[in-house]
Design a protein around this ligand. Structure first.
Ligand SMILES: NC(=O)c1ccc[n+]([C@@H]2O[C@H](COP(=O)([O-])OP(=O)(O)OC[C@H]3O[C@@H](n4cnc5c(N)ncnc54)[C@H](OP(=O)(O)O)[C@@H]3O)[C@@H](O)[C@H]2O)c1
Length: 325
């Protein structure tokens, strides 16, 4: 089968597509013929060996995928060849076949395309877990989403609207702001402008943002916290801008605001009930078609490097998806 293989940590231009053996299926596994896999910011760091945990070499990158069940291990029940499934795992998705524990798979609801199913799990889990479990976002509150046209950002725009919030999307270009508006943002702001907090003030009528969803980091995070509402919650999701900001401790005091962290990599272990709750809600919305995962650009497997580079050059709108089967 064809698979992207990281033989040494490197920039994406130097990562090859190889012909390797189709994986065997262990008793507790299901083998899936992958139709689509999606790429997130973390995948871009992992291939370069820059993520906080390193995958042992060689490895195939890609954590999220959708496809069709190809073979079922002898100890697995509930899955059958031909069934459409989606899943999230540590690595291996940028390949024609992947063998995973049955527990990481979920049937794809009717009418959801493989590209959308592959873009569903991580971003929407992050958004809803952050906004509901960490941010206690309530209907009618003002939600400010930074990096709102990115993968986890656009998911938060959609989820925020489903939760009844008034969503303000912050993004760096007009195209990105329009993209966020087209997915439900009530208002947008250009946070690359020096006076963007004034624009935000105009939009919130002096109130500020009740919840700030922040996958960006850098100086913009501190500026955003200065615009938090009394009793507001600033959710630390990531540092796509590269710099980890330092918040002066007087600001939470002066603003009556809370800084709180979000890490979906830890919730299965630390908060399994919250993960179940959030996943169940997301699947309900997905089944009801209230939530349609945003597919940004779609690339062929041969062009997987372009998918990474689009994201790494800050040019991506939504999640990058690689079509495989
Ligand atoms: N905490 C968690 O559990 C969790 C889960 C998933 C992802 N994350 C983190 O969330 C962050 C975003 O991930 P993602 O997959 O949504 O990435 P993405 O699709 O690339 O979006 C990131 C956004 O950040 C903004 N940005 C600002 N400065 C940037 C820069 N120098 N380079 C690239 N982007 C920049 C961009 O928006 P503008 O151009 O509009 O500024 C971009 O749309 C990452 O740090 C990732 O590790 C965390």
């Amino acid at each position: 089968m064809k698979a992207v293989v990281v033989e040494q940590y490197d920039i994406i231009d130097n990562i090859p597509l190889r012909d390797i053996a189709v994986p065997d299926v262990a008793a507790d596994q299901v083998r899936v013929k992958v139709q689509a896999a999606s790429i997130g910011f973390v995948d871009g760091l992992k291939v370069q060996g820059l993520y906080q945990t390193k995958d042992a070499l060689p490895f195939t990158p890609g954590t999220e995928f959708a496809g069709v069940v190809d073979a079922v291990g002898s100890g697995v029940t509930g899955f059958a060849p031909g069934q459409s499934v989606m899943g999230m795992t540590r690595s291996g998705a940028l390949a024609e076949y992947i063998a995973v524990q049955a527990a990481v798979l979920t049937p794809v609801p009717d009418g959801i395309a493989p590209e959308a199913a592959a873009a569903f799990r991580a971003n929407y889990l992050t958004a809803l877990y952050a906004l509901s479990e960490r941010g206690s976002l309530k209907a009618g509150e003002i939600l400010l989403v930074l990096g709102a046209a990115g993968g986890v950002g656009i998911a938060a725009v959609q989820v925020g609207k489903l939760m009844g919030a008034r969503v303000i999307a912050a993004a760096s270009t007009e195209e990105k702001r329009q993209f966020a508006a087209s997915h439900g943002a009530d208002a947008t702001v250009d946070y690359t402008q020096a006076n963007w907090r004034d624009a935000l003030k105009d939009l919130t009528g002096d109130h500020g943002a009740d919840v700030i969803y922040d996958p960006v980091g850098g100086e913009v995070s501190v500026q955003a916290f200065r615009s938090i509402a009394w009793n507001g919650r600033h959710l630390v999701v990531g540092f796509a801008a590269g710099k980890i900001p330092a918040l002066p401790f007087n600001l939470p005091l002066l603003k009556g605001g809370v800084l709180t962290g979000v890490d979906i990599a830890q919730i299965a272990r630390r908060e399994p009930e919250a993960e179940k709750r959030v996943t169940a809600q997301l699947l309900t919305w997905l089944n009801e078609k209230k939530l349609v995962p945003v597919v940004g650009q779609v690339f062929d497997l041969a062009d997987f490097r372009d998918a990474f580079k689009t994201m790494q050059t800050r040019a991506a709108l939504g999640k990058m998806v690689v079509r495989i089967g």
